[in-house]
Design a protein around this ligand. Structure first.
Ligand code: NAP
Ligand code: MG
Length: 403
């Protein structure tokens, strides 16, 4: 069989711990035998980020701007414990945070549905896609620890030299301060990405914030969405037969649980972070969820929604076999390769990606699974496998489809 050629490269971002091990296995068994892989490689493993003073993260984000498509392995976000474990020069920022700050945009997270995993919420029949704003709010907030009584004074300085006072706060003892922001340009592009995605997928769009309490901040998000919708999308939604509606986040949570799914739920940065974990877990597992960052300029970064699975990695280091689920990482690769195929009109790449996804789903539906799915899958016969055997099982299915 001739290997599939790629006209343009994708940006490949390697990562840490167990997912780094899985990354190499996926390439070796599922991609390289079939595709003449063309990637621009960046090592975002913590060791290399530390060596490069984290400039590698900025370089790879700029590479995604150039090549339009990236695929990222999960990476460690350092905390105090990692400082000693990796002997770090500095507590480097989250690579995802840095990349999102540079690319801006929206993260869409969608559960991978298989027939033999029933959602915990029994009325959910169709996927719920989370659209998470990927810029600002608490992720780039400034924080300050108040150590004794005093007052917070805040002032906004305009470029022309004028200024305006913002109401502060009087502390009569110790406390804590957080200052966060967002930008209209980013909120507007968040809104547009959501409306475009809803049209592309022909699904209703829900948006929720806490505007009753956050009367200026959250209300501003609501107003921008409403303005963009009325000016640019209302007619297109009507002809597509889909609906946009805004509701308070408390109400949305209750409705989501009672719904049968089949819609996109747009959320601010923090809400989307938390709710996507909730929704993916209720659909089965964090390892059964795809995640893609779509920038306002139509650049795409595909990744898994879960972390580096540290606990499994420590077992792996002791020489034990682990049963870590590679599905989300495989789907990050298929998402990126499929998008490359679509953009470059290389249909072979699209067909290959579809076949690889089908092979994954088929394996699980026939009861070949990793341990995390053991209590979720309803099948007559279940075979729990270690990661490598599971990937090889998928590779055999893929080979049959690619002949
Ligand atoms: P995690 O890596 O997602 O793992 C938490 C637990 O979830 C695991 O111990 C495992 O449970 C289960 N799990 C997650 N993914 C799995 C998979 N593919 N297959 C089977 N089980 C899976 O989260 P964490 O332990 O909180 O974080 C570890 C590191 O990842 C941290 O350094 C964090 O900074 C980083 N992180 C990175 C990203 C990213 O790059 N996108 C996202 C989140 C966290 P059991 O142990 O019970 O089997
Ligand atoms: Mg999260």
């Amino acid at each position: 069989m001739n290997k599939i050629k790629m006209i343009n490269p994708i940006v490949e971002m390697d990562g840490d711990e167990m997912t780094r091990i899985i990354w190499a296995m996926i390439k070796e068994n599922l991609i390289l035998p079939f595709v003449d892989l063309n990637t621009e490689y960046y090592d975002l493993g913590l060791v290399h980020r530390n060596e490069t003073d984290d400039t590698v993260t900025i370089e790879c984000a700029n590479a995604i701007k150039k090549h339009k498509i990236g695929v990222k392995c999960a990476t460690i976000t350092p905390n105090a414990q990692r400082m000693t474990e990796y002997n770090l020069k500095k507590m480097w920022k989250s690579p995802n945070g840095t990349i999102r700050e540079i690319l801006d945009g929206t993260v869409f997270r969608e559960p991978i549905i298989v027939r033999n995993i029933m959602p915990t919420v029994s009325c959910w029949k169709k996927p719920i896609i989370i659209a998470r704003h990927a810029y600002g709010d608490v992720y780039s907030a400034k924080e300050y620890k108040v150590t004794s009584a005093g007052c917070l004074k805040a002032e906004y300085l305009f470029k022309n030299g004028e200024s305006e006072n913002i109401q502060g706060f009087d502390f009569d003892s110790e406390g804590i301060i957080q200052i966060m922001h967002n930008k209209d340009i980013s909120i507007t592009s968040f809104a547009r990405s959501c409306f475009n995605f809803a049209l592309e997928r022909n699904m209703d769009l829900w948006f929720s914030t806490k505007d009753t309490i956050s009367k200026k901040y959250d209300h501003h998000f609501k107003d921008i969405f409403s303005q963009v919708f009325n000016n640019e999308y209302a007619d297109r939604f009507k002809s597509a037969g889909i609906e946009y509606f805004y509701t308070l986040i408390d109400d949305a949570v209750a409705r989501v649980i009672r719904s049968e799914g089949g819609f996109i739920w747009a959320l601010k940065n923090y809400d989307g972070d938390v709710m996507s974990d909730m929704v993916s877990s209720a659909f089965g597992s964090l390892a059964m969820m795809t995640s893609v960052l779509v920038s306002p300029d139509n650049q795409f970064e595909f990744e898994a929604a879960h972390g580096t699975v540290t606990r499994h990695y420590y077992k792996h280091l002791k020489g034990e076999k682990t049963s870590t689920n590679p599905i989300a990482t495989i789907f990050a690769w298929t998402g990126a390769l499929k998008k490359r195929g679509e953009m470059d009109s290389t249909n072979d790449l699209v067909v290959f990606s579809d076949n690889l996804e089908k092979s994954c789903i088929e394996a699980i539906e026939q009861g070949y699974i990793t341990k995390d799915l053991q209590n979720l899958v309803v099948s007559d016969k279940i075979t729990v496998m270690d990661t490598e055997s599971f990937i090889i099982n998928i590779a055999k299915r893929l080979k049959e489809k690619m002949i």
